[in-house]
Write a protein that binds this ligand. Sequence first.
Ligand code: 6R9
Length: 649
Amino acid sequence: MSGEVYRVLPAAKKRAKIDDEKYLKWYKQSVKDPEKFWGKHGKRIDWFKPYTKVKNTSFEGDVSIKWFEDGVTNVAYNCIDRHLKKRGDQVAIIWEGDNPYDDKKITYNELYDQVCRLANVMKKNGVKKGDRVTIYMPMIPEAAYAMLACARIGAVHSIVFGGFSPEALAGRIVGCESTFLITADEGLRGGKTIPLKANADKAIEIASKGGVDVKSTLVVRRTAAKVDWNEERDIWYHDAVAAARGECAPAKMKAEDPLFILYTSGSTGQPKGVLHTTGGYLVYASMTHEYVFDYHDGDIYWCTADVGWVTGHSYIIYGPLANGATTLMFEGVPNYPSPSRFWDVCDKHNVNIFYTAPTAIRALMGAGDDHVKKASLKSLRTLGSVGEPINPEAWEWYYNTVGNKKSPIVDTWWQTETGGILITPLPGATDLKPGSATRPFFGVQPQLVDNEGEVLEGAVEGNLCIVNSWPGQMRTVYGDHERFIQTYFSTYKGKYFTGDGCRRDEDGYYWITGRVDDVINVSGHRMGTAEVESALVAHGKVSEAAVVGYPHDVKGQGIYCYVTLMEGEEGDDALRKELVAHVRSDIGPIASPDKIQFAPGLPKTRSGKIMRRILRKIAEDDFGSLGDTSTLADPAVVDDLIENRQNKK
Ligand code: 6R9
């Protein structure tokens, strides 16, 4: 599997800021003396008051992570103000609308003006330093302004992806007690509208029953659809911003003041609010953006993610803007109006660095080479992949057909929790192996352990841990530090456990094998099987549910649900449809079940634990190797499950 090696391309090496020699030297220094290494690189951002302390972190006991703790800075200042003198007229954001005829360029000067105005609007409406602001928006420039305006005044943003349901949005509003919401009348993706304002109204109602009253909703007019209006609460964005002042001093933020909360799924319970702070996060996001993509001044950079996910935070907004880059923000989807959209946009804006997800690559590969070949793509120089393991076939298509064998692919492994990329090739330094995220970034110390926590050396497969802190690391679960410790530092004491399985080969390259916990990865979106299960059992006809992932050609993993119905209920296709609709409305379309199997019983141990291992095998249509079923309370249920499996080949 680790056979094929793609050597560093001479042109990439020539241009790159880091070659292999420098990588090895810096890596060694970064691990040997993190204080010194990060003490130096922390200066890549501007500080109002320089730090004297660099690293103060412990993965033991109460777990405490602090970087640059006595430094004072502001993220919006670093992403905008400090560039104005040199690049005020340079484009900061290229916005490409859902409709190919709709686009816009925003210079750093304009960005400054827009962000200051919005910051003043928020202040005027009572938003203060430390307050949580929920952002539920389409991919329009106002989403970027909203993030930066929060950062400017020290408010903490919590972005909820526009594909989430009112219930999911309400849960996140209540979770961080957020009383200020920014949204739009509607979103527009792939020619279809998404009723964001109507969803927000519903969410506000649900949240108020949960004890949190949203006081103001700022609404961007995107499609000009007619929306319900609450005079007490709703404010038109364009009116408010037009009346506001275009100057607003950046708040003085301590390095460890919170920057944002982002909810993400875990193996148990409801999504948790991952908290990132100011200084270390920005240092890490900007440094990885520069070196992982080999970013140079003047490059046009495009990350296709949505700002609702961490990739959009670190690699559409904060990393690129901190580096004074031109970042492209895309409202649409890969296959609208046709599967050549990505490639057309690359040509239209002369994109040099392109960063997307394996699920999109696989879908576009399936649409045929003609769509790519029509485009010139000659501006492309670095290609990136993120979100899930990339299968070698898709990797090779990306390299050969999209990259024309002249652009290195950086397969970047990281997580919402890590804030930035941890394991990745560097374009001018790393020989590539399709499917491998290759080697750790500076300061990152991966370790593989077995299920008992024994450290594994050499070429081996195990559970991936990181043994020392890096500046971009999450600091806590918002409002629940105990859950932070439990989730990440208790499985293997004193180590950050990622939840991923991983193989290390004879060259020391890392190959992520996927989650080893009950998290599934559907089209690069993280989903807790427990969340889908709790949505299913909330339906009146369902008594019990177990959800597992199974291999899916395009999505990476599909969602397979085993459902036990209440006494007297009949499982048929109509009920299947009803359950799919129910889950979509409870969580959002991204959680749509792919397969539903009605099961009179689930395989349980005598102590009542569902044996998911067996359910996974059956969902994969691989029931020849179910392993030991003798510990089951009722081994007969397995025969029925096999008989009625939904993935028969
Ligand atoms: C950035 C992001 C994190 C999980 C992670 C892993 C999977 C991400 C990957 C990858 C293999 C890669 N993952 N990048 N697996 N190769 N290059 O995606 O964050 O949404 O929190 O997901 O995604 O399983 O644990 P997040």
